[in-house]
Design a protein around this ligand. Structure first.
Ligand code: NAD
Length: 525
């Protein structure tokens, strides 16, 4: 069954990316950077039922390219405010769920239009707050637009008649109804796409939401929430809530009025949420639903029958695009012994061409990593890597005050080494030699994760085998393992990578709905 088309907007199409080789686009992006720069450092309240709330304690978000630059000052919500937020969302559910699906979908379509109009400004917020380069920021907002357009259409499909059989003498139908008030907890690394996707899906299906953004991406989340209100989402249906995950976040999750939690982030936090949400406090009358999308240790397998140059390029962009801070990023290159030396030599040369520096400068392919703790942890992994393999390039901080790390390749890593098993979430790639294709597949599947993966090979038999045996939620052949498109490559992983929710696919909205089957015995007149 195809995705529903919209009478005026037509079929779903992925939003094109901005072509920054064009002078007018470069100029527009630079102007937006200047405009947003003047807005940095502002203070933002919590928004509960539209009421602006200020707390005694504050938290700051800063620019990882220039850590002294404050992007925004935010409130540190308390567990008591968490109760207030979720109770407000719970109350609002009764009215928002009654708004027609078409009207809710229209809100998402309008949000998409607002994002298009403010695209360069939203890019600028991402460039400043999370160190995205121009094209990475632009792809992030394009995906946010896609989620709005796709989920809007999907809701129209799910609001229509559903295919059930008819029993004699009865009228039978199935309705999809929303769940209730939920908590949306996104990571910082796709600060437009992921919150928009999770919040948009929850709202369009008729649920209400408390959004608790990552402490590294609060200003961008504020921009998104403002756009949603402007698009017609009522303030009582969407609440903006900043504060420490461990206290205020837990209070949101544990509350008996919380009906669902949509989370994307690390395995550790995801498992914690799963456990906490599994408990039923007094007064709770449902089992909380959790949508948990977590980390990865994604591999690209380079077979001896591969185009090695293409594989080198695919690994380089998958491992170092956005500083390796994508859940889909390649963090293991598993390379056949027969082409291993050639691959490592070529990859080393390619990686040494990568420029690292402040992300507002479009000459840099890599910007900073997200914060000081992340940089510290990555440098610790490099030390581990020196013992577990050989650093062939990178391994040190790059020049500048920001959190810059050289793109780092560590070769000769064993499949079970820490570097090959633990998610580093930065520009540190482990290269692992494999005896043959069987061995390569075994190594690729030999972690607790299962998010993305790729194989470079010209052999159709090996491609067919990998299609069956390479156990990941998103598998690619002869191309990079990042950049999944909404509607084209529904996204989500297996095992410790999460609940395989397939964001941007036809199954996704069902996670925010429950099916109600209705049968009426026909009266004889
Ligand atoms: P994180 O787990 O540290 O944080 C994610 C979110 O959880 C943040 O908003 C954080 O504030 C919040 N949080 C932390 N502790 C909490 C608690 N006790 N209660 C409630 N909320 C809490 O992850 P991150 O550093 O923001 O993001 C990086 C991780 O996300 C990586 O592991 C990456 O692989 C993963 N990721 C996965 C996908 C996917 O689709 N599978 C997509 C993007 C990122």
């Amino acid at each position: 069954m195809g995705t529903a088309t919209h009478p005026k907007r037509g079929e779903f199409r992925n939003e094109p990316l901005t072509d920054f080789s064009k002078a007018e686009n470069r100029k527009a992006q630079q102007q937006a950077l200047d405009k947003v720069k003047a807005e940095l450092g502002r203070e933002y309240p919590l928004l509960i039922d539209g009421e602006e709330i200020h707390t005694a304690e504050k938290t700051k978000s800063t620019n990882p390219s220039h850590p002294e630059q404050v992007v925004g000052v935010f409130q540190k919500a308390t567990p008591e405010l968490a109760v207030r937020a979720i109770e407000s969302a719970h109350r609002a559910f009764d009215t928002w769920k009654r708004v027609a699906a078409e009207k809710r979908a229209e809100c998402l379509f309008r949000a998409a239009d607002i994002f298009r109009k403010r695209r360069f400004e939203l890019n600028a917020w991402m460039i400043y707050e999370v160190g995205k380069t121009w094209p990475e920021a632009d792809a992030d907002i394009a995906e946010a637009i896609d989620f709005c357009e796709y989920y809007g259409r999907e809701m129209l499909r799910l609001a229509g008649p559903q295919p059930v059989l008819q029993a004699p003498g009865e009228k039978n139908y199935l309705l999809y109804i929303p769940l209730g008030a939920g908590v949306v907890i996104p990571p910082w690394n796709f600060p437009s796409a992921i919150p928009t996707g999770m919040v948009g899906a929850a709202l369009v299906t008729g649920n209400t939401v408390v959004l608790k953004p990552s402490s590294d991406a609060m200003a961008i989340a504020w921009q998104l929430v403002e756009a949603m209100y402007e698009a017609g989402i009522p303030k009582h249906a969407l609440h903006f809530f900043t504060g420490p995950g461990s206290t205020a976040g837990d209070a949101l999750i544990a509350n008996p009025k919380t009906r669902f939690i949509a989370f994307t982030g690390s395995k550790e936090v995801g498992l914690h949420i799963s456990e906490l949400a599994g408990k039923a406090p007094k007064g709770q009358i449902w089992i909380k639903r959790t949508v948990l999308e977590m980390g990865g240790k994604d591999a690209i397998v380079v077979d001896e029958e591969a185009d090695v140059d293409a594989a080198v390029e695919g690994v380089a962009v998958s491992a170092f695009g956005y500083q390796g801070q994508k859940c889909s990023a390649c963090s293991r290159a598993i390379v056949s012994e027969k082409v291993y030396k050639e691959f490592v030599d070529k990859l080393t040369k390619r990686v040494q061409t990568i420029k690292v520096g402040p992300s507002e400068d479009p000459a840099n392919y890599m910007g900073p990593v997200v914060n000081a703790n992340a940089l510290k942890s990555m440098l610790e992994y490099v030390e581990v890597g020196k013992k577990e393999g050989k650093v062939v390039t990178g391994g040190k901080r790059a020049a500048g005050d920001g959190y810059f790390l050289e793109p780092t390749v560590i070769a000769d890593v064993k499949p079970n080494a820490r570097l090959a098993q633990e998610e580093i979430f930065g520009p540190v790639l482990a290269v692992i030699p494999a005896k043959d294709f069987d061995d390569a597949l075994k190594i690729a599947n030999g972690t607790e994760f299962g998010l993305t993966g790729a194989l470079y090979s010209k052999n159709p038999k090996k491609i067919a085998r990998a299609a069956e045996e390479f156990h990941v939620g998103n598998l690619y052949f002869n191309r990079k393992c990042t950049g999944a498109l909404v509607g084209v490559q529904p996204f989500g992983g297996f095992n410790m990578s999460g609940t395989d929710s397939k964001a941007g696919g036809q199954d996704y909205l069902l996670l925010f709905l429950q099916g109600k089957s209705v049968s009426e015995k026909l009266q004889k007149h």
